[in-house]
Each structure stands twice: as C-alpha cells, then as structure tokens.
Design a protein around this ligand. Sequence first.
Ligand SMILES: Cc1cc2nc3c(=O)[nH]c(=O)nc-3n(C[C@H](O)[C@H](O)[C@H](O)COP(=O)(O)OP(=O)(O)OC[C@H]3O[C@@H](n4cnc5c(N)ncnc54)[C@H](O)[C@@H]3O)c2cc1C
Length: 319
Amino acid sequence: MQVLIIGAGMAGLSAAQEFVKNGHQVIVLDKGRGVGGRMSTRTIMPPDSQKGNADNIAKADHGAQYFSSKSPDFQEFVADFTQQGIIKSWQLAQRDFLRYVGTKGMNTIPKKMAENLTVFTNEKVIKIERKQVFTESEKVYTPDILILTMPAPQVLELFLHSNIQLNSSEKEHLQAIHYAPCFAVLAVLKEPTAIQSGGLILEDSPISWIADNFQKGITQTPTATIHASPEYSEENLEGDIAQIGEFLLKSASEWISPANIVSHQTHRWRYSLAQKRVENPYLEITNLSLPVLCGGDGFGIGNIEGAYLSGKAMAKRFT
Ligand SMILES: Cc1cc2nc3c(=O)[nH]c(=O)nc-3n(C[C@H](O)[C@H](O)[C@H](O)COP(=O)(O)OP(=O)(O)OC[C@H]3O[C@@H](n4cnc5c(N)ncnc54)[C@H](O)[C@@H]3O)c2cc1C
C-alpha cells in the first residue's frame, strides 16, 4: 500500500521504518528544513573573522535534551543505535538512572533513521480532500493510508482548513492534548561551565534546565542551552523575545557568568513537552475517504519514547 506520513520527527520516522519493514511504499513529508522535528540540534556559525576553522562551529541541542528508555521495543532501538555509535548514555548527577542522548547531537538520531527512507523536507501539507493530500508547493498525493504526526493543535488546524468534520469523541481526544511552550536560549561560551555532569535540572525557578553541550560531548566550541520553565514560558508566551532571553541569561548567571558569554540567541517553542496526553498510542479518524491515523507524543506515554512507540503502533495497525 502507498503510505503518506506527515512529519519527520520521531513518531513519523518510527512509523515509516515499520511500514517499510512490512513491505509498504512510504513517503514522508515535513515542512521543516531538515528531519527531526523537536529533536533539533542547532549549528551556530562563528563571526566572519573566524570562519574557515571547523573547530569554531558551535553546536547546541535546542529542543529535546535527553531521553529515557523503559519499554522493550524502545530499548531494542536504543541498543541498536548505541551499537552503531549514534546514541550514548548520559548519567545526570541529579538522577539515579541513565538517560540517553545523540552522540553528536540529538538530531543525528532522526537523521540516521531517515537515511533509507523517502523523505521530502520543506513540504507543508495544507489540505486533505477526499483521497487527495495537497502541499503548499502545489503537489498532490493520493495515498492509501495517511499518517499525521504533528502536534494535535496543528492536526486540528489542518482538519479545519480541509473542511473535515470530526465526530465529538475525535474532537475531544485531540482537544484534550496540551503541550507546554518553552523558551530556549542558546549561548556560545568562552569556556565550558562547571555544571556537574553537564546538565542541571532546576525547580522553583523561571529556568527548568541548563545544559553544557561541550560537556555533553556534541561541540568543540562551548555552548549552553537554557530552557525556561513551562510556567514562565506560558505566562510570557507573547512577550518580547529579546527581553526574555536577557532575563533568562540573568537568571542563569550563577552557573553561566555574563563574562563567559560570547553570543546568544533565543527561540520560542510553542509546543515542547506534551503535558496532557490521551492514553491510546494513536487516534483513528472515521468516516473519511481513506484511513487517517493521528499519532505522536500526544498519544500514550509521551516524550521521545512515546513518539517512537506511537509511530510503531500506527504502522502495526496495518499488518
Ligand atoms: C524545548 C523542548 C524540550 C524537550 N525536552 C525533552 C526531553 O528532554 N526528553 C524527551 O524525551 N522529550 C523532550 N521533548 C519532547 C520531544 O522532543 C518530543 O516528545 C518528540 O520529539 C516528539 O516527536 P513527534 O514526532 O511526535 O513530533 P515532532 O518532533 O514535533 O514532529 C512533527 C513534525 O511534523 C512537522 N509538521 C508539522 N506540521 C506539518 C505540516 N502541515 N506539513 C508537514 N510537516 C509538518 C514538523 O515540522 C515536525 O518535524 C522536548 C521538546 C522541546 C521542544
């Protein structure tokens, strides 16, 4: 069967791998410049005067920072990618059990997953009409199965533009999913920080997390990632991004001294962690001209592991 998957994040790629394994023809579309979705690693180019020296190119994990692996299915995936050198374990000083990260950055994991798949990036899906799926670049796909893996509010938006009427239970399911927003500051540093084990979880603070990407082993040029807490991000969602960046850096000054900062950039994630999720690993939309399944980290256990399991479960629905 011809399968069209929207979203090349963890859920879309895990679904794609499983569909391909079961003999289906798969195309994955993503509106982003690259694959990975919220498993994003930023490359920060040096000022003109220092260009040409590869050691000056800084990298920072921008979205997801690490993940846990509890289910047998995901453990098998993590073991395979660890053996290939794509994933490594990370022991945070504040936590007892092991976490995992991309050896060279979080986005090397989805990049590896996408290697043998047909993925088209810079392709935004804007409408579904009967059996046809339309993109902003005016391409039209006619799949036998459609898989949607973007955050639930974006799925609802797509259905609205497509004039698709969901039944009340489907609407309730999708509307029940809530994502915390998150402001992220990426700072290029002169020197690595003294943060123990390279990652710090904070409570009762406008900041929830600080990572030292040099200590994490993904960059030769020291960088830090600062994530604002869900509460602070929610309260300041439409605030001035430059001021928010300055405020977060000031709040982090105990661990990153202002004199250590070379440059910084601030970003707003409207959807970060799926705080409220529905229990099932996916939602099947009924009464359409083709099977349409919605999945991703809003379904099941959430996070990167939940997105992986959701993707796999959607593909297994057709075996
Ligand atoms: C700041 C931040 C911190 C996080 N920290 C952690 C962490 O420490 N540990 C953890 O496990 N998880 C963390 N997460 C959550 C984790 O990143 C997600 O749970 C997981 O990556 C979700 O994968 P997904 O495939 O479900 O969704 P996504 O990664 O969002 O993938 C959906 C894809 O759909 C694409 N898309 C959307 N609309 C369209 C359209 N119309 N047409 C085409 N493509 C479209 C998007 O570009 C995107 O690539 C964090 C997330 C953020 C943002």
